[in-house]
Design a protein around this ligand. Structure first.
Ligand SMILES: Cc1cc2nc3c(=O)[nH]c(=O)nc-3n(C[C@H](O)[C@H](O)[C@H](O)COP(=O)(O)OP(=O)(O)OC[C@H]3O[C@@H](n4cnc5c(N)ncnc54)[C@H](O)[C@@H]3O)c2cc1C
Length: 351
């Protein structure tokens, strides 16, 4: 039985085929041209999970995942900048604070694009960014080690930890301002084009009206750790993109067929668990599937490099780009349990 794809899936495929894929190697080397993110903003994809009454599509999570797979498989840098946007949208949609009325619609329609600066709160009891209550708002001090999309997105979801171990999530403009300085964009093994910087915060002031969430750190970890155990759609997107390269190579088709069968199975099970109504259940199985998805992605991208031979080392080869982008996915959103599961799975079992 075939079903008609969701209009946003059709739009994502069109964008991938017509714009992202043809330029992916050049973007990887030279940076994101403004047209790429303009096309993403106009496509409606930024509002895929946003409520319809705020101008979003209110699409099911399955649609949001498929969109992420398609974009990640086409151009890692474009995917990476836009994927940051969806957490702020989801957080605003759940919030009852005034900032929801100010920001949810422009983020849902793509008028504004958001980045995130909160992975550092997972380092607790280390506190890279301190939030302190001060005269009708908050001040933030410290270092955000990673912020992607600098100069490309408009607003940032920033988190800091208070003395009482409470997390404060608030929006601020993603530009230099008193109390906020950015490093030059980093040169990285992958996704340099996504413009990742570190941010120095020295008394950055954010008014109370810009706060979207305050929550105890332990409460946040209760949600964050199970969520982080799920396999990322981008991993499947990169893996399938590598398999498509193998399909074009007669000597590699059998490898592609075998890997695709396993990948389909892991994807089906991982997404069934992602849709499970109790996110805190089946953590072991989620972690195992996440780890297997990584294994298959690594096998697929490695096979694409091997199948391409020496040409794979050329910077205009898609195989090496996918292998490098896949390497980044191994550490994206890393939590302690995910790190542990991955390292355990990588220990050789032979003697
Ligand atoms: C190119 C790039 C861009 C990024 N962009 C963003 C962004 O825009 N926004 C954002 O918020 N984040 C961003 N990140 C952060 C990213 O999502 C990950 O959270 C981060 O890379 C994890 O690695 P780390 O070195 O920062 O953390 P680490 O300090 O390595 O910690 C990772 C996890 O492992 C645990 N851990 C650390 N050391 C140990 C150990 N010895 N034993 C057991 N557990 C340990 C920590 O508790 C933590 O949960 C980016 C990262 C990169 C590389």
């Amino acid at each position: 039985m075939t079903t008609t794809p969701h209009p946003l899936v059709t739009r994502a495929r069109h964008l991938a085929r017509e714009l992202l894929l043809p330029h992916a190697e050049r973007v990887d080397q030279e940076g994101l041209p403004p047209g790429h993110l303009a096309a993403v903003r106009e496509s409606g994809l930024l509002g895929v999970s946003a409520p319809e009454e705020y101008g979003g599509a209110g699409a099911p999570d399955a649609v949001a995942r498929e969109v992420q797979e398609i974009l990640a498989g086409a151009c890692g840098s474009t995917w990476f900048v836009q994927t940051q946007h969806h957490t702020p949208v989801r957080l605003l949609a759940r919030s009852e604070l005034p900032v929801r009325e100010r920001l949810l619609r422009p983020l849902a329609t793509g008028e504004l694009m958001a980045g995130i600066a909160y992975a550092h709160v997972r380092a607790f009891p280390r506190v890279p960014v301190r939030a302190t209550a001060e005269r009708g708002g908050w001040r933030f001090d410290g270092t955000v080690p990673w912020y992607t999309g600098w100069g490309l997105n408009d607003v940032m979801l920033l988190a800091g930890v208070t003395e009482a171990a409470e997390l404060v999530f608030a929006f601020t403009e993603a530009r230099e301002q008193p109390g906020l300085r950015a490093s030059p964009p980093m040169r990285l093994a992958a996704l340099t084009a996504a413009r990742t910087v570190s941010l120095e915060l020295d008394g950055l002031r954010v008014p109370e009206e810009s706060v979207v969430l305050r929550t105890a750190r332990e409460r946040f970890a209760l949600v964050d750790i199970p969520r982080g155990a799920n396999a990322s759609p981008a991993v499947f997107g990169v893996a399938y993109a590598a398999l498509r390269l193998l399909d074009d190579n007669p000597g590699a088709r059998e490898t592609a067929r075998a890997l695709r069968g396993r990948l389909d199975e892991v994807r089906r099970r991982a997404y069934a668990l992602a849709d499970h109504p109790v996110p805190r259940e089946h953590i072991e199985e989620r972690l195992e599937l996440r780890t297997r998805a990584f294994d298959l992605m690594r096998a697929a991208t490695t096979a694409a490099v091997v199948a391409g031979g020496g040409r794979s080392m050329s910077l205009d080869s898609p195989a090496q780009r996918l292998a490098r982008e896949g390497m980044f996915l191994l550490i994206q959103g890393l939590t302690a349990p995910v790190r542990e599961a991955q390292l355990a799975a990588l220990a050789p079992t032979y003697t």
